[in-house]
Structures are given as structure tokens and as C-alpha cells.
Write a protein that binds this ligand. Structure first.
Ligand code: NCD
Length: 306
């Protein structure tokens, strides 16, 4: 696809070639991350976060600043006049896009980012939308795999956790299916990956197994991508309690894993990932944080100047 001038709303927009071209641009950004650059000087990014965020928001904002651009942002869009005066999302998009060159949006409702994009005269990037998608987290997860393992084709990838509601694991699955990957889907049986996503894997020619038993399959994995229970997405958050502790990455589990398996987590973590794992060389989740910035730098550069 042509990145320049495009909205980035969904993982569905990409193909394998797009991902590889983004990854090689991100690799080049690693040098700029250290030195800084004026590549995007004069450009302004607006962060519109209608849902809490620390990592993703800082990551986008740091990416823009490292490239010499500037950032305008509201701490919490839910507290703004746009919401209080009940402005439509399309109008918010139209208005903000008169002022800036690119808009980054996180929203708890599926479809909201597309509405902002509909109104906007400049590119809009989805920074996480309800329980459905988190395309740029998927991109940085795959970049981390590509960088750490030197390839994605031929790997067995475990997606572990709340596969029903984790937008991160959804985007991982959606992007990984472009590669020759074997999927191991580990979740409580009530929280399996939604059927249409499994159909998508099958249509792409990928195989997957589903299990609740992480210790029995961890030994097959080259990559283990895990995410917390998404308590806030349950219609009754108390229902989430019964799943606590049903998947846990800890030192005992890692004894059964390959020596060169890598462990990913978008953070924040709760009890799904024990802090004792942090000193294990297979833990890559703090590297992921840095990788997120270079991937977003590459994306902003490709969208704004080609
Ligand atoms: C994730 C998210 O917001 O979906 N966090 C992130 O973007 N780094 C994962 C999560 O909240 O569990």
C-alpha cells in the first residue's frame, strides 16, 4: 500500500510487503532514536485519547518529538468540551485536522476511530479501539519478533491470555497470518479467540491449536505473546475474577520452554507475567517499549513524507 497520506485504521490494510518495508524503515530509525532528527520539523501531531493510556501515548509522542515534530494533546479527551458539548466524532476530526498534520486516536468504542477519520482532512492513526484492534501494537510486536528471531516465517507463536477481549492479541493474530506461522492459542475456553478471527487464520492457510493448558504446549513455542485479562471489557467485570491465575508465565513454566523462545507482553502486566521473569534473557517486553517508538517513527515518516 501507499503509506503517504493514508489513515491507519486497521491491520487489514496491510500485506506482508508493507510490513517488511515498515520494519526496514524502523530499523533505520534506531539510529535516529539515539540522535534525534529534524525530518518532521514543522509538522504537528494531535493525540486524542478517549481512553486511558501511558505507554502508547508516550510512545507516539516521543516518536514525533524524536523526528523533530511537535505534539498537541489533551490529558483526557473524555473531559473536553468536545464531549461535554456533545460534538460528533466526525466534527471533532474535521476541526482538529484543520490545525495539525496527523491525528492519533484511542477510543473505547469500536467504529469511533473511523468516524473521526471520516471527518478528518489529515491522516488518522488508530492507537487502540475497544476490544477489537490495536494495529500499531501488533506492528511493534511483529517488529520485535523479526528483529529478535531474524525472521517470522517458520515460527510457532503462542498467543496466551484473554483472547476474546485482548485487542493486542487480535492484532498480533491478524498480522502474523501474513507469515508462515503455526499458532498455539492458549486461553480459558470461555475466552477463546473470536470465531471470525480463527476463520481468518484458516483462510490465510494457517494452522492453529487451542488449549487451556499452557505448560503442555509452551515447549513448542518460538514466541510467547501474552496479555492480561481485560477486566474493563467484561460486561460484568466481576465475572473476570474466576479466570484469574488461569494462565501464568513464571520461572517454573519457562523451565519447559525453548532456550531461545522470546516472551512478549504489551504491558501493563498483572498476574499473567511474574516479575521473576524480567531477568530471564528470553524476556523482551522492555525492548518492545523501545521498538514501539521506532516503529511509530517509521509509520509517521511514511505517512507524512513517504
Ligand atoms: C494494551 C492496550 O491498551 O490494549 N496496552 C498497550 O497499548 N501497551 C494492553 C493492555 O492494556 O492490556
Amino acid at each position: 500500500m501507499k503509506f503517504k497520506g493514508q489513515h491507519i485504521l486497521s491491520t487489514k490494510q496491510f500485506d506482508k510487503k508493507d510490513l517488511l518495508s515498515l520494519f526496514s524503515e524502523a530499523k533505520k530509525m534506531e539510529k535516529i532514536f539515539k540522535k534525534g532528527s529534524d525530518l518532521l520539523s514543522g509538522k504537528i501531531m494531535a493525540s486524542l485519547f478517549f481512553e486511558a493510556s501511558t505507554r502508547t501515548r508516550f510512545s507516539f509522542e516521543v516518536a514525533m518529538l524524536k523526528l523533530g515534530g511537535k505534539v498537541v494533546s489533551n490529558f483526557d479527551m473524555q473531559l473536553t468540551s468536545a464531549i461535554k458539548k456533545m460534538e460528533t466524532l466526525e466534527d471533532t476530526g474535521k476541526v482538529v485536522s484543520q490545525l495539525v498534520d496527523v491525528v492519533v486516536v484511542r477510543h473505547p468504542e469500536v467504529g469511533a476511530v473511523a468516524k473521526i477519520a471520516e471527518g478528518s482532512d489529515v491522516p488518522v492513526i488508530n492507537a487502540g479501539e475497544g476490544a477489537l484492534e490495536h494495529p500499531t501494537q501488533g506492528l511493534l510486536d511483529l517488529y520485535t519478533i523479526w528483529k529478535e528471531k531474524g525472521r517470522i516465517d517458520g515460527l510457532t507463536v503462542g498467543l496466551v491470555g484473554d483472547l476474546m477481549y485482548s485487542r493486542v492479541l487480535h492484532s498480533d493474530a491478524d498480522l502474523l497470518k501474513f507469515f508462515d506461522v503455526k499458532f498455539v492459542l492458549v486461553s480459558p475456553s470461555e475466552l477463546q479467540l473470536p470465531q471470525e478471527m480463527k476463520d481468518g487464520l484458516r483462510k490465510a492457510g494457517r494452522t492453529y491449536i487451542e488449549t487451556e493448558n499452557l505448560p503442555s504446549v509452551v515447549g513448542e513455542m518460538d514466541v510467547l505473546s501474552c496479555n492480561r485479562l481485560q477486566k474493563e471489557r467484561f460486561s460484568n467485570p466481576a465475572d473476570c475474577e474466576k479466570f484469574r491465575g488461569s494462565f501464568r508465565v513464571n520461572a517454573a513454566l519457562l523451565k519447559k520452554a525453548k532456550k531461545d523462545m522470546i516472551i512478549l507482553n504489551p504491558l501493563p502486566r498483572i498476574e499473567e507475567l511474574d516479575t521473576e521473569v524480567d531477568k530471564d534473557p528470553r524476556a523482551k517486553y522492555f525492548e518492545q517499549v523501545k521498538n514501539g517508538v521506532v516503529v511509530r517513527m517509521a509509520l509517521l515518516k511514511k505517512i507524512l513524507i513517504g
